[in-house]
Structure formats: structure tokens, C-alpha cells
Design a protein around this ligand. Structure first.
Ligand SMILES: Nc1ncnc2c1ncn2[C@@H]1O[C@H](COP(=O)(O)OP(=O)(O)O)[C@@H](O)[C@H]1O
Ligand SMILES: [Mg+2]
Length: 221
């Protein structure tokens, strides 16, 4: 398997006036194509910071991030946002669905934003794999938390990014729904050969991954 995403000596310190928080100490990580990796650590250990740096929504103080062997930090802003939109998908704890759009409309929204025409058959197939085809015309308010998160996962997968970054995707779900969502996310991503990097504080959820990275006080162990 070839390397899709690489972090080289990245670090991050947040500065608020005279207060400094070393959120992430220098670390280097590699992620292979099609791999499902979880990042586990307690609250405040730097998980979200690491994920934001990998997805370039935050810029590291030092080091570099390579996607497919190319630095994504030295690109001009416009190029970075385009690359991020097409190559990196995000899944958040709170689902972040648009309430006035149906499940299907939510899923195709980023595709439209990218100026592309959604392939209805492929979207429906993906919804079937994730067990949400029956939710196609439902609005987020009419779906359970687990269903909403599977719609958010479908939305991330549908743009066919190389990498999906998921920050506590099961954080608002009970145990049974968490297991179902992670199992289906794993299955769908494997089908489309996508890499998943999932942050969680829950060891049971983390165990679904091929590999676990542990983080403590901003340090990878
Ligand atoms: N924007 C920010 N400004 C200042 N401190 C921050 C900011 N974001 C995170 N931190 C701090 O950095 C540390 C790591 O936070 P975070 O990466 O969110 O941890 P986790 O996701 O593991 O809970 C914490 O001490 C947090 O308070
Ligand atoms: Mg967090």
C-alpha cells in the first residue's frame, strides 16, 4: 500500500496573550491508502488539533503535510481550499447537516459546490451500503442520530476524497448506534479505497480501526 498522507515534524502551540498551550508536540505520521486509523486520547490531549492540522483547517507552526507526496501547506489559499474540497472529507460529532435539505440533498451538496453533477445511481448505492436509502427524502429532523451521522458519512464519501477525517463521529451516539456507524463507515470506505483517520476518546470505537495511534498531553506514543 502506498502512502497517501504524511505529516513531517508538525507541531502546534496556541497563544492567547501571554498564555501558551502546547497542543501538539513535534510529531511525524504516515497514513497508507485505504487504511482505517484511529487516534485515541483523553479530552484535551490534542486529538482535534492533530486532525485539523492534517486537514489544513489549522496550519502547523513547523513541519509539513504531504498529500500524495505533495506539500499542501505551500499551495496558495485558493488551491488549498479546492484540494481540500476534492481530496479530504470531514465528518464531525454534531453531523453538521443542513436542516432544510433532505438526506439526499445534503449528500449531493458538496458535489454541486464542486461544480460536478451527482451520479444518482452511485449515491443511492452508497446510501444502501450505509443503510440509509429509506431516509432519502427525509429531513435531518426526521432522522435518528445514527441515521444523521450515516448521512454525514455518505456526504463525505460521495465526493470521493482520498482521505476522510472524522472527529468523534460517534460522540453523540449510544453504544449500539456507535458500533453500527463505525462498522458501516469502515465498510463503505474500504469499498471506495478511502483512508479514514478517526479521532475518538472511546477505546471500543477505536478498536474498529486497522491501527491505533495514542496521544497524551500533545504527544504521540
Ligand atoms: N483555538 C484554541 N486556542 C487555544 N487553545 C486551544 C485551542 N484549541 C485547542 N486548544 C487547547 O489545546 C489543547 C488540545 O485541544 P484539542 O486538540 O481540542 O484536544 P482534544 O480534541 O483531544 O480534546 C487543549 O488544552 C485545548 O484547550
Ligand atoms: Mg476534540
Amino acid at each position: 500500500m502506498s502512502i497517501i498522507l504524511e505529516a513531517k515534524d508538525i507541531s502546534k502551540t496556541y497563544k492567547n496573550g501571554s498564555v501558551e498551550v502546547k497542543a501538539l508536540k513535534p510529531c511525524s505520521l504516515t497514513f497508507k491508502e485505504g487504511e482505517f486509523v484511529s487516534i485515541v486520547g483523553k479530552s484535551g490531549s490534542g486529538k482535534s488539533t492533530l486532525l485539523k492540522l492534517l486537514g489544513t483547517t489549522e496550519i502547523p507552526d513547523d513541519g509539513d503535510i504531504l498529500l500524495n507526496g505533495k506539500s499542501i501547506l505551500r499551495l496558495k489559499d485558493k488551491d488549498v481550499s479546492k484540494l481540500r474540497r476534492s481530496q479530504i472529507g470531514f465528518v464531525y460529532q454534531d453531523y453538521s447537516l443542513l436542516p432544510e435539505f433532505t438526506a439526499y440533498e445534503n449528500i449531493i451538496f458538496p458535489i454541486r459546490l464542486d461544480g460536478k453533477i451527482p451520479e444518482k445511481d452511485k449515491i443511492e448505492e452508497l446510501m444502501m451500503v450505509l443503510g440509509i436509502l429509506s431516509c432519502k427524502d427525509k429531513f435531518p429532523g426526521e432522522m435518528s442520530g445514527g441515521e444523521q451521522q450515516r448521512v454525514a458519512i455518505a456526504r463525505a464519501i460521495a465526493i470521493q476524497p482520498a482521505v476522510i477525517l472524522a472527529d468523534e463521529p460517534t460522540g453523540n451516539l449510544d453504544c449500539e448506534n456507535s458500533n453500527e456507524v463505525v462498522t458501516l463507515m469502515r465498510k463503505a470506505a474500504k469499498m471506495y479505497h478511502q483512508t479514514i483517520i478517526m479521532v475518538t476518546h472511546d477505546m471500543q470505537t477505536a478498536d474498529y480501526a486497522d491501527r491505533i495511534i495514542r496521544i497524551q498531553d500533545g504527544e504521540i506514543s
